[in-house]
Structures are given as C-alpha cells and as structure tokens.
Design a protein around this ligand. Structure first.
Ligand SMILES: *Cc1c(COP(=O)(O)O)cnc(C)c1O
Length: 463
C-alpha cells in the first residue's frame, strides 16, 4: 500500500494499490478506537455519537460537510503530551495543523506552547490570549512585517531559517531596541516519513541551514556576533507522519555534535534543542502510532546519551507535535449523494465535499478510513472509493474503502482522523464554501469556526 507522505500527485490507476489488503474488515459497523476520537461510539440503535451527540442530530443542526472535533479528546491528548514531557521539556503545538481561537484557549489551559508560521497564525494566537512568550515563530520566508510584529509582540522565540534572516531579524530587533531569543533551524541530512527514514548527505529542500559543510556552524557564528539576537538553541524537524524513532536518533546525534562544536569554538553551551514534530497517527487500523510517554522517554534518552558522550549538560528539549494532538480528535461528516457501481472495479460514492475540505489524499496519497455512521447495516461489504463533488478526477477522499452494499443517497458517512491538515488546508475550489468546525463535549456542540457563506465569497470579489 502506498505510504508515501510526499508529493506524488493524484493517481488514476483503476487497480488496488500494491499490497493493499483486499479482504474487507470482519465488522463494517465497528469503530476502531485507534482511528476514531475518544468519545465516539455507537448507540444501541446504530447511530454514531461523539461527545454524547448523535451525528444525525449534528448533521441537522450544523449541516454537512462539517468537521466535528472532540474537545475532550483534544484536551486529553494535549495533556498527555504535556505530562509525558514533564517540567524539563516544552511542548509546542504546531498551529498549522489546525488553529482557531478555541483551540488556542484549550492549549493555553492545558499548559502547552504554540508554534506559528505566519502573521495570520500569530494574530489568531494573540487574539485568543496565548501569552506571546509561549509562542515560537517559524517559516522559511518570514516577511519584514511578520518579523516586526513577532518581535514587537514579544514572541518567545523566532526560528531562524536562512543566513539572510539572521541579519534581518537582528536588524529589526535592534531597531526596536530589543534582543530577540532565537533558535537556528538546521537540516540534519535525515528525511523521515512514515515507517522509514533516509539519511542523506545533503538536504535538497527549502527549510533550514545545512549542518553539512560547516554551514550551520557558520550560522551560529554569525548569530552569536549580533547584538539583536540571543541564540538559545538549535532546531531540527525531520518530516511528518513518522512512526520510527531512528530518524530522531540520527537527528539528535547530529544536532548534539553541533552543540559540542559550538561549545569548543565559542565556550557557549546553547541551552535548548528542539526536535520538531512529525509524530505519526493512525489513519487506518494498519497504523500503530506510539504513545506520547514512549516518545518522550525515547527522545530524552537519546538526547541525554548523546550529550553525555559529548560531555555536554543536557539541554532543555522541546517538541512540536501538530498532527499527533489534533489529527485523531476530529472527523468529517458527509452526506452520501450519487452512487456509481462500476462493474468489476469498485463503487464510486460521491459526497457533498471533497478535495476542498481534504486535499491530503490528492496531495500526498494519504490513506483514510470511512464508516457509515447514521445507521448500522448487515449488508455485504462493497469495495468503494469515496469521492468529492469537484471538477477534477483526482478529487478523492478515501481511495479504497469498504462500505455496506446497501449504502444509499442520504446516508451519513464519516472520515475519521481529519483533525490535522484538512480544515487548515481547505480551499474554495469550485467556490466551495469551507465547512465549519464544531466542537463537541459532554452533550453540547458549538461552532468554533463557522461555515463560509456565499456572502463571504462575494465579499472578497469586489467586481
Ligand atoms: C509541520 C511542522 C511541525 C508539525 O508537524 P506534525 O507532523 O503535524 O507533527 C512541527 N514543527 C515544524 C517546524 C513544522 O514545520
């Protein structure tokens, strides 16, 4: 089965992906807790509920398509990360996975910090009361305005991504009469995706400054020399949807080696090391993600061991999970529209959303699960492909899925694990109205991001 998390573009093959499990699941009505949010369950009469609310009622009240986020689960996951890393480490939620003001408040209340990578994300965070010193600002091409705003508002750190930015941030900080805490993002020559990592000599990508050829060491030299900067650490982010800790191990070893070189050259022990995010979640029952406490233990052991070997004090570790916190906490609810059985191939099930609310399948060949949620069914499993309503044949939500053969227009189906990189990457393609995000908790549902309206679309179109 395809597990590439990197650009592959839409595939149009009419055969099952290689190695795909062709056997349908034994129980089509089952909801695997690995892929569904914590409070999701089925009532005795077969309707799926989240936070004690039936999806049929939710669809009536909020319409479809819509994202429903299990607030209890979100808070529990945020807390689990926080607790796992304890007081000697910091957890920065990667806002790009999904950010709204409600989410910022939950994070604040649960004691997490926040990564942003644009002026818009920064504004959202500040407007919801996240203390600026708990915000880190990322990005490979921050604008002067963004840098100015970040420094003026007092963000806890800016992660420097290029030689030009070292000078730019220093200059802006000095002109504002400030000294900005910064980290330098390095590329460690490790690329990790899903179950594999590749150690490469050179990083052919846009982020960070290469450790290779002494470039990162030179960046440290320059940053230390500038009055506007307080260099506090080194940052590395190696990929996404990672299950294997080996990539982090190599990354940590290489970053610690740089810390030792910095100490030898400048007599400075940089106090922080950030190992980024990228921890995987279960999109299907085949995926086996690790628990936060296992990850925390593994990372802290790796860093401690490497630092001992280099005779360095252990720096303060930080991590930046996005997907691993919000991904599993939400599902997208769709209404089934047209159903097209293609003899000998599969049945195309069209829903009222598509690539405008979930681009990940088209963009990364991502895999998802799907279930009939408005009722149970005893019908035979049918090999299906869940597709959207957009004018594009790559508009696929779930490439290979089994749904009951009696599926009918008007049924509700839900795609779990859509909390990360779905609403945040949603588009208006075909002038689709981006769906709302509804938070559900203890028998109550409330919109935290409302559905777009045609008025919203027309407001931007000034004629
Ligand atoms: C995207 C990103 C993250 C979060 O990645 P997830 O896969 O959502 O955990 C963390 N840090 C940086 C720098 C990123 O770019």
């Amino acid at each position: 089965m395809s597990r590439s998390a990197h650009p592959a573009g839409p595939r149009h093959a009419d055969v099952l992906p290689e190695g795909h499990y062709t056997a349908p699941p034994t129980d089509l009505n089952a909801l695997d807790p690995k892929v569904w949010a914590q409070t999701v369950t089925r009532t005795p009469d077969g309707v799926v509920t989240v936070g004690g609310m039936e999806v049929t009622k939710l669809a009536e009240e909020f319409g479809t398509p819509a994202y429903f986020i299990d607030e209890t689960d979100f808070r529990a996951r945020a807390r689990a990360w926080r607790t796992a890393f304890g007081h000697d480490a910091d957890v920065f939620y990667a806002g790009k996975a999904f950010l709204s003001r409600a989410v910022v408040r939950w994070l604040h209340e649960e004691g997490l910090n926040l990564d942003v990578c644009s002026g818009g994300e920064l504004s959202t965070a500040l407007s919801a009361g996240m203390p600026a010193d708990r915000i880190a600002f990322h990005g490979n091409n921050k604008s002067t305005d963004e840098i100015t705003k970040a420094i003026e508002s007092g963000v806890g750190r800016i992660v420097l991504d290029s030689f030009q930015e070292i000078v730019r941030v220093a200059h802006i900080a000095e002109s504002l009469g400030k000294r900005q805490r910064v980290q330098i993002r390095v590329t460690v020559g490790v690329e990790a995706h899903t179950h594999e990592f590749i150690a490469t000599a050179h990083e052919d990508q846009k982020f960070g400054i290469a450790l290779a050829d002494g470039q990162a060491a030179e960046a440290v030299r320059r940053a230390l020399a500038l009055d506007g900067l307080e260099l506090v650490g080194i940052h590395s982010h190696i990929g996404s949807q990672i299950f294997d800790m080996a990539g982090f191990e190599v990354a940590a070893r290489r970053v610690v080696k740089l810390l030792a070189e910095v100490r030898d050259e400048h007599g400075v022990e940089l106090p922080e090391i950030d190992l980024g995010g990228g921890l995987g979640i279960a999109y299907t029952s085949e995926d086996d993600p690790r628990e936060p406490h296992e990850i925390a233990k593994a990372l802290s052991e790796i860093v401690t061991r490497e630092c001992e070997a280099a005779r360095l004090g252990t720096p303060r570790i930080s991590v930046e999970p996005g997907r691993a916190i919000v991904g599993p906490t939400a599902f997208t609810l769709y209404e089934v529209g047209t159903i097209k059985p293609l003899d000998g191939l599969r049945t195309y099930v069209s829903v009222d959303g598509g690539m405008s609310d979930n681009i990940r399948t088209a963009l990364y060949d991502a895999e998802y699960s799907v279930a009939l949620v408005s009722r149970v069914s005893d019908a035979e499993p049918m090999l299906a492909r869940v597709v959207g309503k957009h004018c594009e044949s790559g508009d696929i939500v779930v490439r290979d899925a089994f749904l009951p053969a009696d599926l009918a227009p008007g049924d509700l189906i839900a795609v779990p694990a859509t909390g990360a990189y779905c609403r945040s990457m949603a588009s208006n393609y075909n002038h689709a109205l981006r769906p709302p995000v509804v938070a559900v908790r203890d028998g109550e549902a409330r919109t935290i991001v409302r559905r777009e309206t045609e008025e919203d679309l027309l407001r931007l179109d000034v004629g």
